[in-house]
Ligand binder design. Structure first.
Ligand code: NAD
Length: 368
């Protein structure tokens, strides 16, 4: 397959971890006979320093022309004093999301067998297996609804608007993802979507529930569907995370639940994400930021970015076998005991650098 991948290393540890993901994508291309045209483009503070804009026109055009975009991270103390609309997080990330029409954010949260002790949950809970995917609606709800102040600033409101078509398109992503995970035998049981809302209180949640149920009945009867209130979902995530396969939810609930889910896995350096739109390039990036405290030390964990590259292959290019191969290579290297400092633990592990871990994953991938 021929594919154009826009590579946006960004700031802080971004260039260090993206270099390892590119190494792994090149290894995939060699092993499976693909032709990936990967071109690097400036973004974030690095782009601001170069041309006064955290998202130069040329970078945006390259992302729109690409089949997928792989991003490292943006931001850092050097650019914190910029005006809010010029800052890397707002100008680069929010503009990319809206310009690429990205309405669904996918965040898998998984506890890898060799890293079970990194989870803050009790052993008996972790032993039941934690491997779930949160699908969060990204462009609607309270964050984008009408907001304002009244009574001379002494009262305030935020609307939570949702239209049926916005719910349908993200629900479809969740049901398709559940089927796809089942096909890969990742989920230990039949595919299941848990739709999270607050339908006992909110009218938008009642529309959400009706719409998801109708879509399920019409097109996805092979996938199990349950509805949970968000307060219960937050509790179940720490009480019994093994009960979840795919969690589907609206923007604000997803923001909160996805951070909770990331914490139960133990390390932010392990967690990838994908943001998808109706068509065109999706955006794939680790969930962590630019980690200024460890930049340049060669100790950042590249696995979140490497797993983001695996998501890119699966979701943007339809290369599930290749994505599985990357995930298996990561599992093999963790089983060998290789760790960056953030996931190192006493006993039987060898602490390695960012590039050494990337090399080991590349080697495990090629060896197959
Ligand atoms: P952060 O995620 O960068 O770092 C939080 C902690 O996790 C730090 O101790 C860091 O060393 C550690 N960490 C992060 N990634 C790691 C990795 N791959 N390996 C090992 N340890 C890792 O969050 P922060 O410190 O709050 O933010 C730093 C900058 O990143 C800020 O400017 C923030 O706005 C920006 N940010 C960007 C994004 C993005 O680009 N999507 C997301 C979040 C934060």
């Amino acid at each position: 397959m021929k594919a154009k991948i826009a590579i946006l290393p960004g700031d802080g540890v971004g260039p260090e971890i993206v270099a390892e993901a590119v190494k792994v994508l090149e290894a995939v291309a060699r092993r499976f006979g693909h032709d990936f045209e990967m071109t690097e483009h400036p973004v974030g503070g690095a782009a601001y320093d170069r041309c006064g804009d955290c998202l130069p026109e040329t970078t945006l055009a390259a992302c729109k022309a690409a089949d997928a975009v792989l991003l490292g991270a943006v931001g850092g103390p050097k650019w914190d004093a910029l005006a809010p609309e010029k800052r890397p997080e707002r100008r680069a990330l929010l503009t990319l999301r809206s310009e690429l029409g990205l309405f669904a954010n996918l965040r898998p949260a998984k506890v890898w067998d060799p890293l079970k002790t990194a989870s803050p949950l009790k052993d008996e809970i972790v032993a039941r297996g934690i491997d779930l995917l949160i699908v969060r609606e990204l462009t609607g709800g309270a964050y984008f609804g009408k907001k304002g102040r009244g009574e001379g600033g002494k009262s305030a409101y935020d609307m939570i608007p949702y239209a049926e078509h916005e719910i349908l398109r993200v629900a479809r992503v969740a049901f398709e993802a559940a089927r796809c995970r089942h096909g890969r035998a990742v989920a230990p049981r039949p595919p299941k979507v848990t739709s999270v809302d607050k339908a006992n209180v909110l009218e938008t949640s009642r529309l959400w529930r009706e719409t998801v149920s109708a879509l399920h009945a019409a097109e996805y009867a092979d996938v199990a569907l349950e509805h949970l209130y968000v307060d219960n979902a937050a509790m179940q995530l720490v009480r019994d995370p093994a009960r979840f396969d795919v969690i589907l939810t609206e923007n604000m609930f997803g923001d909160i639940l996805s951070d909770e889910a990331s914490q139960i896995t133990g390390s932010i350096g392990m967690l990838p994400s994908a943001s998808l739109g109706a068509s065109g390039a999706g955006l794939y990036e680790p969930i962590h930021g630019s980690a200024p405290d460890i930049t340049g030390k060669g100790i950042a964990n590249p696995i979140a970015t490497i797993l983001s590259a695996a998501m890119l292959l699966r979701h943007a290019l339809g290369l599930s076998g290749e994505a599985d191969a990357i995930e298996q290579a990561v599992a093999d290297v963790l089983a060998q005991g290789l760790r960056t400092p953030d996931i190192a633990a006493p006993g039987g592990v060898q602490t390695v650098s960012t590039s050494e871990l990337g090399d080991a994953i590349e080697a495990a991938l090629i060896k197959k």
